[in-house]
Design a protein around this ligand. Sequence first.
Ligand code: KG4
Ligand code: ZN
Length: 340
Amino acid sequence: MAVQNIYILGIESSCDDTAAAVLHNGKILSNVIATQEVHKKYGGVVPELASRAHQQNIVPVIHEALSRAGIKKEDLSAIAFTRGPGLMGSLLVGTSFAKSLSLGLKIPLLEVNHMQAHILAHFIEEEEYNKPEFPFLALTISGGHTQIVKVNDYFKMEVIGETLDDAVGEAFDKSAKILGLPYPGGPLVDKYAQTGNPKAFPFPKPKVDGLNFSFSGLKTSILYFVQKQLKENPKFIEENIEDICASIQHTIIGILMDKLKKAVKQTGIRQIAIGGGVSANSGIRRTLKEAEAKHQWKTFIPKFEYTTDNAAMIAIAGHYKYLSEDFANMGITARARYKF
Ligand code: KG4
Ligand code: ZN
């Protein structure tokens, strides 16, 4: 059989990153991201501004992805796009653009669930990266979601635990905001935590049944704790930033690890893959590696560029849909809430 040349263009626009990537037979040729700086001064993503920025960025970002890949749009086999979940105005930009391009080029359209794509990022063809084998557990941790997923096959996934309120990325970002750090605060908490004492300030862990999570209580206890300390010492934050961040991070990792251990016990599956922006966290990466030896787990940690929102993960999800000829039709619409 002749070797097939599959070129997939992935388009991601679910939140505040406009991204495009080109994949050739599952290998990355280009992976371009335009991060929207406009939200920084508001301390969070402003949906209206996000959709406008996507409108501005989408054409240049796709041009750049094609040019870095060294291919022409006529070489593409199909267009994959994020259908949801995400901000409706943002999703509409990518969805409409993908539909038009697929129509114009007369090539198939592939719709992708953003959360499934975070998991499927592990299947991007990379040298020296072993892919997980089915079934495995995925911990998807981002600014919008926190889920434990039982992955039976590429598109046969079951959510077995999820957050009842804030996502873990929000827990990082909101805690950072209390400390006066700019948005998104997750990477800064990570940075300060590296030189802090994780046991300096114990914060309570929530009691939630089963495999579900809750993070809103943690944010409140951090707020009350910081306010109380500031009354006694107005310089409390600046004098203790490393220890506070290390303690917050330690508590969050503890919450995640408790549920992961429970999920392993419940399912008997010992392969764990992580995905989503928060999986860039150095403490989480280190703790998972330690758990490999301690609990005989096999862990899968993606490269940094595939953890936060990107279009390579959308393209690889599209690649597997293309192989099974699971094409979308032109009547397809974006979905702000998109369960699988
Ligand atoms: O997956 P993502 O890029 O976007 C969403 O789909 O939400 O995740 C963004 C989230 C933000 O909350 C950000 O603070 C967090 O990921 N994040 C981190 C780190 N890098 C990004 N949180 C903790 N430590 C990090 N190193
Ligand atoms: Zn994401």
